[in-house]
Design a protein around this ligand. Structure first.
Ligand SMILES: [Zn+2]
Length: 234
């Protein structure tokens, strides 16, 4: 171990994102959370039973954690409490989940839902981008920022690309990005709720040439996902 690595481990030991307890090295089952939290934090076991009806533009959705209790608390600290470090255990859990469910499959590119400039300025980081970049590092699949925020419904020639759609448009294909020409994209976001953000972003990627779009979110509080899993295992 290099001295710098040793010092990093000494002063910034790996912690459980849910309770803050310091994790002992080794014992890979507990690498990203402590054994107690591993028992109490609900992890969806299967990816292929998630409901798709809210996500017509997304081929497959992957969500490892239920947005409740300590998991929800950790997400709120990550998003609003300035606890940037949580991206690492979160990305670790999501990576493991994607691997276990063939979530990387034929994916060519990883990208994420962009944050508005105001949010980014307030927070100093885009939580989904941190996770997505870490997934890229772990999987070896390149990360590219493919989307950007528009400043709301005004501006842009949205009528051309979104004929027939209502005016509200929050995202756009990032200026200067080459067409995707069939590339298969994994779109990363933090919480799956209505699916409207993921669906809008996936639609933009598809209309710019993506072969298909899968989505990976850290958590969801949707009861329908939970029910589907319980029926499956009953
Ligand atoms: Zn814990």
């Amino acid at each position: 171990m290099k001295t710098s690595e040793f010092l990093t481990k000494l002063f910034f030991p790996r912690k459980c994102p849910f309770c803050g307890r310091i994790l002992r090295s080794g014992g890979d089952g507990a690498k990203y959370m402590c054994p107690d939290c591993a028992r109490t934090v609900f992890i969806y076991s299967k990816a292929d039973v998630l409901p798709h009806e809210a996500l017509e533009k997304v081929l497959k959705l992957y969500v490892p954690l239920k947005y409740t209790g300590p998991a929800k608390d950790a997400m709120l600290r990550f998003k609003f409490g300035g606890e940037r470090w949580i991206f690492e255990p979160f990305a670790g859990l999501l990576h493991r989940y994607l691997e276990a469910n063939s979530g990387y499959g034929d994916i060519d590119l990883i990208t994420c839902v962009p944050l508005s400039a105001a949010r980014f300025a307030g927070r100093g980081y885009n939580q989904s981008e941190l996770v997505a970049r870490k997934l890229s590092e772990s999987s070896g699949i390149p990360f590219r920022m493919l989307l950007e925020r528009t400043s709301g419904s005004g501006g842009m020639t949205s009528a051309e690309n979104y004929a027939g759609r209502s005016a509200e448009r929050r995202f756009a294909f990032k200026a200067g990005t080459p067409p995707l020409r069939g590339l298969r994209v994994l779109l990363v976001d933090d919480i799956f709720t209505t699916g409207s953000t993921l669906n809008e972003c996936a639609g933009i990627l598809l209309s710019n040439g993506a072969g298909y779009v899968n989505a990976a979110c850290m958590m969801s509080g949707r009861q329908d996902i939970y029910d589907a899993q319980r029926e499956e295992s009953a």
